[in-house]
Write a protein that binds this ligand. Structure first.
Ligand code: AMP
Length: 197
């Protein structure tokens, strides 16, 4: 992972929200319905989680945000909240055709215990689908079904895609061709981020 290679914490709003749902916290209860239907969780909830997380000490030298911001209002919140910190920012968008995305997501499984993610290509071809690190049976995310995926793609095009222009105007946006093997995409992103720090 790029974060591990650079020793930056990776702050994934999706992971934080899924953990809250698993732990049945108040945040989890508020977020669950939106997540399971493929909608975005309201900005005010997500903004508060991100701000609290990024103010912790381990983020003081840098951090990687994954899955945030996803709306123009979130992007505006982020730049307002950190306007005094003189952050060097790069926004990396991985570009993948919708049909390939649907194919990849339908084959995605993850380990509910250690969180390791498997793609269709990395799954064992026969027998039980278990995590090769800890042996736990793999599960499919509830929002990775065909119906919810369709909604998530629509939400992406309507609410998140406008961020590309928003960040292009600031000179921060780099697009990465994602229709390539994982290792190539990884190497490319690592190079981009290293070039900015
Ligand atoms: P992800 O793991 O990034 O695909 O996120 C899974 C789900 O969590 C999304 O479909 C949303 O319901 C919710 N979510 C994650 N990040 C955000 C965000 N920045 N804003 C609103 N909802 C989010």
């Amino acid at each position: 992972m790029v974060g591990a290679a650079l020793r930056f914490p990776v702050v994934s709003t999706g992971d934080i929200l899924r953990e809250a749902v698993r732990n049945k916290t108040q945040l989890g209860a508020q977020a669950q319905g939106y997540m399971e239907s493929g909608a975005l969780v309201p900005d005010s909830l997500v903004d508060a989680i991100v701000e609290e997380r990024l103010r912790r000490n381990d983020c003081s030298a840098g951090f990687i945000l994954d899955g945030y911001p996803r709306t123009i209002l979130q992007a505006e919140f982020l730049s307002r909240a950190f306007r005094d910190e003189k952050l060097k920012t790069v926004v990396v968008g991985i570009s993948v055709d919708d049909d390939i995305l649907v194919q990849r997501i339908s084959g995605r499984r993850s380990c509910p215990k250690c969180g390791k993610v498997f793609s269709a290509a990395s799954l064992p071809s026969r027998g039980e689908l278990t995590c090769d690190d800890c042996g736990t049976p793999l599960v499919q995310r509830k929002d990775d079904t065909a119906e919810v995926m369709k909604e998530r793609l629509e939400v992406y095009h309507r609410q998140t895609q406008p961020l590309i222009d928003h960040y292009r105007k600031q000179g921060w946006y780099v697009s990465v061709e994602g229709n390539r093997p994982v290792e190539e995409v990884y190497g490319f992103i690592l190079g981009i981020v290293k070039g900015h720090i």
